[in-house]
Design a binder for this molecule. Structure first.
Ligand code: FMN
Length: 372
């Protein structure tokens, strides 16, 4: 029996660099589109995150480090003092509730639209997203992004470093660099989106360069033990074609293994995939695994506890869960005691403002709001 509370390492306290974590459960970054149109976090976000403060660590949703990196409407930002002040309310509320937070820094690259950001998106190569994209006026055809110049590359790296400093000023314990799920950094890694012929394109050693430089600049800015990196090997979301997955990630992990980073975060971590044991062996620090919970379908009845236990047994140090935390503010307690989970109300995931489907998921013992 591994699934009894007394025996589970999931609920053991642990450390993440200088941080004490009360358990090994991490709230995965979840875009919820509740910031103001200019990217300033709103008070309702403080309520939402404080409700989830019993997570060992919260990784706050994808947050844009500069204006052109904005993906969708109402995404939070971290490139102006007003963003810092808005996030400060959130981190204060979470700290007061006993929690601790990192924030994910995400540049969308070609996953962006002039109707949303007011700017033409930039990307490694002028290859548009092969699908429509959500904008303030609904889904629109994607536009051809502008190929990044050497100056764009330098200034984008500087923007990541500056946003990381802003994150610390806003009260975050650290940042997660988003190199997953088809956004700018992933676009550099993947053959299908990176047709460059300079030092940032072509062979794998070149395609990993931008990610490595962003991570190093962010680590120089705030200290490596405050920096995590999220990757999603083989994920084809947002039209990604990596080409040579089995070469990209070993090269990337090798290049960053000795940097003393806070963690490496693997999306859809699967102990049965050959890359998982390889990465576990090659990565000397904390490995955060986000297990596969049946993407696109309902969550398993155990809320992901079985998959989490399995991933811990395979060598992950921390377990990140997304939708289970979205729908269950007190997820840690529910998983520990085996209490039933609130189902996810899919239609309220994204692109909506307000508290419905956001802060109104009930705590244990409280009924669901009527009529939903
Ligand atoms: C509503 C929603 C928003 C998401 N936003 C982000 C995000 O901002 N950054 C990110 O890296 N992943 C994002 N993801 C992916 C999750 O972090 C996670 O990898 C995914 O939900 C699978 O984990 P789960 O099965 O525990 O939900 C999002 C997923 C959902 C459902």
């Amino acid at each position: 029996m591994t699934n009894t509370a007394a025996e589970s390492r999931l609920f053991e306290p642990t450390r993440l660099g200088p941080l004490h974590l009360p358990n090994r459960l991490v709230m995965a970054p979840l875009t919820r589109n509740r910031a103001a149109a200019d990217g300033v976090p709103q008070p309702i976000m403080a309520t939402y995150y404080a409700q989830r403060a019993s997570a060992g660590l919260i990784i706050a949703e994808a947050t844009t480090p500069n204006a052109v990196g904005q993906t969708y409407p109402h995404i939070p930002a971290l490139h102006h003092e007003r963003h810092v002040a808005g996030w400060r309310q959130v981190t204060d509320a979470v700290r007061a509730a006993g929690g601790r937070m990192f924030v994910q820094l995400q540049h969308g690259g070609r996953v962006g639209h002039p109707d949303t950001s007011g700017l033409t998106p930039v990307a490694p190569s002028p290859i548009p997203l092969p699908e429509t994209i959500h904008t303030p006026s609904g889904r629109r055809p994607s536009v051809v992004p502008r190929e990044m110049t050497a100056d764009d590359i330098r200034s984008t790296i500087a923007d990541f470093a500056s946003a990381a400093r802003n994150a610390v000023a806003a009260g975050f314990e650290g940042v997660e660099v988003h190199a997953a799920n088809g956004h700018l950094l992933h676009q550099f890694l993947a053959e299908g989106t990176n047709h460059r012929t300079d030092a940032y394109g072509g062979p794998v050693a070149h395609r990993i360069r931008f990610v490595v430089e962003v991570v190093r600049a962010v680590a120089d800015a705030i200290g490596p033990d405050r920096v995590g990196l999220r990757i999603s090997p083989a994920n084809t979301v947002n039209g990604i074609e990596e080409g040579d997955t089995e070469h990209i990630y070993p090269a990337l992990v090798d290049a960053l293994a000795d940097q003393g980073l806070a963690y490496l975060h693997l999306v859809f971590a699967d102990p049965d995939q050959p890359l998982f044991p390889w990465i576990r062996k090659a990565w000397p620090g904390t490995l955060v695994g986000n297990p596969v919970l049946g993407w696109g379908g309902p969550l398993p009845a155990d809320g992901g506890r079985g998959a989490s236990e399995r991933l811990l047994a395979a060598g992950a140090d921390l377990i990140a869960l997304g939708r289970p935390f979205l729908a269950n503010p007190d997820l840690v307690e529910r998983l520990r005691t085996g209490a039933p989970l609130n189902p996810v109300r899919d239609q309220y995931f994204m692109y909506t403002g307000g508290e419905t489907g956001y802060t109104d998921y009930p705590a244990i013992g409280t009924p669901e709001p009527a009529g939903r």
